[in-house]
Design a protein. Structure first.
Lengths: 524, 524
C-alpha cells in the first residue's frame, strides 16, 4: 500500500487504465440487425457504473476470441446483465443466445488524439496516419469520429507528406497484387462524364502491344454504369487476387471489379462517409486513387481529368493544379504519372447504360463506333505507350490507332473476355437492349448547345441502369450539331414498361439536350 | 411534350425532385433495435434502383403519418420489397409487421448546404442556423453530418452573431418557462470540480430574500454526481414545466433535473456527439449554457468559471476571455451576466457522491459544514444579489452570509424540499451512507501539495456513485495541510463490498492526494 497516497519521492507515472478492474460479464442477446460496424448495446445504468457511455469502446471476450466494439446504450432493449450483439458480431464470435461474454472497458484509441491534433492544425506523421487508418479498419472509430477526420481533412487540407503517408496507409490496409514485372501500366479517370468507357478500349490496345495493365474498376455509385458494370455484360468481373494475377500474366490485361478484392479496403470505408457528407478533400482523393494504383503495383499511370460544365472538375485551372499535384505525389511514391485534361462537358460515346455502352466499345474495337470514344481512347493509350517507352514522343497516338484499326486490340479483347469467363465471339448486336423504348425528337430547327451529363444520367437511371443491364439512353447527336424539326435526338431503353414511363415523365423536368438560346433571362 | 427537349426560348427552371415519381411500396419488417435516430433499412439493390443510398434520407408514409428517416442499406437483412424499421419508428407509426409503407426519395435537406458553407468559412445567418437546428431535432441529419457541423464549429469558430443565432435556435428547439416575473435569477458553473454543490446553498439563500431562481441542473455525465443526482437524495427532481412553475411561484426557488423537461432539447443531441468527439467548441458551449438560461426566462445570471490544474479551464487568462465572451453574448440576448473566476484546482466541500454531498450542504445551511463550500456559496449568492439590485455593491456577501447564518436559507431549503416532494425535516445524519468503507491514512509526515479532482472522481465512481447514492469519498484534508504519519486522509464509502474492493485496488494506480516533492524528475 506504499503507493496509495503518493507519499513516495519518485512515484512511477504509469498510464494505466484503472477501469480494467471493471471487467464485467453479460449474457449475449442477439439483435437481428447488422450495420457494418461492430456495435454492442449495453444496459445504460449498468454501463454507467462501469464508466462506459454511448460511443465508448469496449473489448468483448468470448472463449479465446476478443473483439473491439463501439458501445450503444439503452435501458429499454437490454436488461441488467445483458449485452445486445449485432448480427455480425454474433456470427464472428460463433456465440449462442444467452452465453456469457466479458465486457472490458477500453481507453480511447490513440487515433482520436491524432484526429484532434489535425483539427488543431498539426501536421500528422506517417505513423500517426497509419494508426488512424488501422483504427478505422478495425472499427475502433465510430462514424462520428471518422466524420471528424474527413471534415478536418477538408477544412485543414493535407500536406504532401500527409498525402504520401495516407497513400502508403491505404496500400497497407489490404492486399496487394504482385505480378513480378518491371513495367506495369494503369489508367484512371476522375469521373463525372457519362458513357466514357475508354478503359475497355485502352486496356486491349495496351495489352495487345505486350504491356501489363491489371485494371480494377468500380461499379456505379450514383452513375448509370461503372466500368465494372459495363464489362460485366461481356464477362465476369469478380475475381480473387490470385485469379487476377493469372489472367494478367496470361493476357497482359484485365478489367475487373476492384471492390471484389481486398485492395485498399480503407477506401470503401472512407468513401461511404465522404459520400454521405458530399466531401471530397483533395488529399484524400489523391491518396485514394494513387493508393489503389500502388496496390496493383502500377509503375506508369495516365490520369484523365475531364473538365467542363457538369463534370467533377469545373474549369481548366483547377484541373491543372490537380494534375501537378498528382504528378508530384506520384513521384514521391515512385510512380510515373501523366495527366490529361480532357473535354468533360458532354457524354463520350453514344450509349449510356451497361449494354448500350458495350455495343459502342465493341464497335470501336471493330474499327468503327462513336468517333469521340475511339479518338479519346487512342489519345489515352498513346500517352501511356509514350510514358513507358513503348512509343516515341508524339508517336503514341499513331501506334495506338494502328493497333486498334489492325484488329489486334479486338483480338486481345476477345482473349481477355475468354479468360474472364465470357463469350469471346460476342457481337455488338448479341447484347440484349431493353425491349421498351421511346424516341425523343426535335420539335423545331436549331443548333445543339449542350448535352447534360447529369440529366442524361438521371434518365438512364430512372429507366433502370445499371441494375437492368439493357436499360439506358442512346444519343444520336453531339454538341454543335444542326438539327431539324422531327430529327431523332435520343432513345430511352428500359426493360420495364413502368420504368420507361417514369423516365418519360422525368423529361418534363429535365433538360438533357439544350438548344442554343439568344435570350437567357429577362430581369424585371 | 413541348418542354421535353428544351426547345423553348424561355424554359422555366424549376428545382423539382424528379425522383418523386420513384415512390415505392414496401412491407414493414420489425428490427428489434432502437438507436435514438430514425433509421430504416432498405434492400440495397432495390434502393439503388430508386437512387437511394446509405446515408440518404427517405420519407416514409403509413396511413396519414409521414416521417423523415435516414436510410441504411443491406442485401442480407431485408429482401426486395421489404423495409426494416427500427423499434422507435415501429412504435411511432403504430404499424404491424408486414403492413405496407410508402418510401419516398427526398432531396438533401438545406441544412447540409449550410454546414458545407460553414466548412468553407462562410458566416451563417440566423435563419440558416435555425434550419440546421431544426433538421437535427427532426432527425433529418445523420450522426456523420452532425459530427461535421460540430467539427466545423470547432475548427472555424463561431462569430458573435452566429452564437446569438445558435442561442435563439437552442431556445426555440423546445419549451420555455414563463413565470411572469420581471427579475429572474440563475447561476451556472462550467464544471470540472468535484463536490462543489454551491447551487444547493445559493438557491435557498437567494429565494429566502424574495427572488425567483428556477434552477435546472444536469445529472452526472462522467462525474460522480450532478446537482440533480445530489438533490434527488433529498427530494424529487423530475417535474414537468407546469409543476416547476408552481413550485417556483410558491417558494421562489427550485432545483430540478433539466433533462426531465423539454428545455433546449437540441443540446442533448449535440452533447452526445460532442462528448463522443471530446470537442467543446466555445461558441456551442456559450449557446448551450445561455440558451438553457434563456429557456427558464433568466434575466440576471452569475457564471462560475473554476480554474486550475484538472479543472475544465486550465489557466486564468483563458477564463477571462471566456468571461468577457459570456458577458458580451449575454448582453446581446438581453441578459445581465456576471462571471466569477474561482479556484477549481481541488474539490469543494468534503463529501463526493450524492449522499455525502447532501450531508455537507445541510451542514452548511445549518451554519457549519465545510468552510470552502459555505464561503464560495456566499460569494456566488452575494454577487447575484448585487447584480439584480437586492444588495448594494460589495455588500452582497454580507447579506448572503447573514441569510445563511440566520437559518432563513435552511428554512427556505426545507420549504423547497417539501414542494419537491421530499421530507422537509431531514437531518444530515438521516442520509444513508455506504455501509462498506475504507480509510486511507498518511504513511509519513508531509504537506499536501494537490488533491486531484479526476482521481477522486474516479475512485468515487468505481465505488458506485452516482447510481449508488451512498457511495463516494469523504476527504478530511485540504491542500497545504500539514499531516503526520497515520493521519486519516479520506474514506471511501460503498454500498457493495465488491465495488469497494475495486476502488481500493484502483488506488494502486491513482494519486488522489499528492505530497509536496522536491525532486520532480531525473533526466538521463
Amino acid at each position: 500500500m506504499d503507493k496509495i497516497n503518493g507519499w513516495q519521492e519518485s512515484k512511477e507515472k504509469k498510464r494505466v487504465d484503472v477501469w480494467k478492474y471493471k471487467t464485467y460479464t453479460c449474457k449475449a442477446k442477439l439483435m437481428d440487425i447488422s450495420t457494418g460496424s461492430r456495435i454492442i448495446v449495453l444496459n445504460e445504468d449498468e454501463a454507467k457504473e462501469h464508466d462506459i457511455y454511448s460511443g465508448y469502446r469496449a473489448e468483448i471476450k468470448y472463449k479465446t476470441k476478443t473483439l473491439v466494439t463501439i458501445v450503444d446504450v439503452s435501458n429499454k432493449l437490454v436488461n441488467d446483465g445483458e449485452v445486445g450483439l449485432f448480427k455480425e458480431i454474433f456470427d464472428e464470435l460463433k456465440i449462442k443466445d444467452g452465453e456469457k461474454i466479458e465486457i472490458i472497458h477500453m481507453n480511447r484509441p490513440d487515433s482520436i488524439k491524432y484526429i484532434k491534433d489535425k483539427l488543431d492544425g498539426k501536421e500528422l506523421a506517417a505513423n500517426e496516419i497509419d494508426v488512424i487508418v488501422k483504427d478505422i479498419m478495425a472499427n475502433r472509430l465510430s462514424q462520428v469520429e471518422t466524420s471528424a477526420w474527413i471534415t478536418s481533412a477538408y477544412i485543414k487540407g493535407f500536406t504532401d507528406n500527409e498525402i504520401v503517408g495516407l497513400t502508403h496507409a491505404t496500400v497497407k490496409s489490404g492486399d496487394t497484387l504482385n505480378i513480378g514485372q518491371k513495367v506495369i501500366c494503369d489508367k484512371h479517370c476522375i469521373g463525372g462524364v457519362v458513357g466514357n468507357r475508354t478503359t475497355m478500349v485502352v486496356v486491349p490496345i495496351v495489352a495487345a502491344l505486350g504491356l501489363y495493365i491489371p485494371k480494377t474498376s468500380s461499379r456505379a455509385i450514383t452513375s448509370p454504369s461503372g466500368t465494372a458494370d459495363t464489362m460485366e455484360v461481356l464477362a465476369g468481373v469478380e475475381f480473387g487476387i490470385d485469379e487476377l494475377k493469372k489472367i494478367v500474366l496470361k493476357t497482359g490485361g484485365a478489367m475487373v471489379w476492384g471492390g471484389g478484392m481486398n485492395l485498399a479496403p480503407i477506401d470503401d470505408k472512407l468513401i461511404k462517409v465522404r459520400h454521405s457528407l458530399s466531401l471530397d478533400p483533395e488529399g484524400m482523393l489523391l491518396a485514394s486513387i494513387l493508393g489503389k494504383k500502388k496496390c496493383v503495383g502500377a509503375t506508369h499511370v495516365v490520369i484523365d481529368i475531364p473538365v467542363g460544365r457538369g463534370a467533377k472538375v469545373p474549369y481548366v485551372q483547377r484541373a491543372q493544379e490537380l494534375a501537378h499535384h498528382f504528378i508530384k505525389i506520384g513521384s514521391s511514391i515512385g510512380m510515373k504519372i501523366e495527366t490529361l485534361i480532357t473535354d468533360g462537358a458532354e457524354p463520350v460515346g453514344n450509349g449510356i447504360g451497361p449494354a448500350l455502352e458495350c455495343r459502342d466499345v465493341l464497335e470501336v474495337l471493330k474499327g468503327g463506333g462513336p468517333d469521340d470514344l475511339s479518338h479519346k481512347s487512342c489519345i489515352l493509350a498513346g500517352k501511356l505507350l509514350e510514358l513507358c517507352g513503348k512509343a516515341k514522343k508524339d508517336q503514341g497516338y499513331g501506334v495506338a490507332h494502328k493497333t486498334l484499326m489492325s484488329g489486334k486490340a479486338l483480338a486481345k479483347m476477345r482473349q481477355i473476355i475468354e479468360y474472364q469467363g465470357g463469350d469471346p465471339n460476342v457481337k455488338p448486336d448479341d447484347l440484349p437492349i431493353g425491349q421498351y423504348n421511346y424516341d425523343v425528337n426535335a420539335i423545331k430547327n436549331g443548333k445543339i448547345f449542350h448535352i447534360d451529363n447529369k440529366a442524361i444520367s438521371k434518365i438512364a437511371k430512372i429507366a433502370g441502369a445499371p441494375k437492368d443491364k439493357g436499360a439506358g439512353v442512346y444519343i444520336y447527336r453531339a454538341r454543335g450539331d444542326r438539327v431539324e424539326n422531327g430529327d431523332k435526338l435520343f432513345t430511352i431503353y428500359s426493360e420495364s414498361e413502368a420504368k420507361l414511363g417514369f423516365a418519360i415523365k422525368a423529361l418534363e423536368y429535365l433538360e438533357p439536350i439544350e438548344m442554343r438560346k439568344m435570350l437567357l433571362e429577362v430581369m424585371d
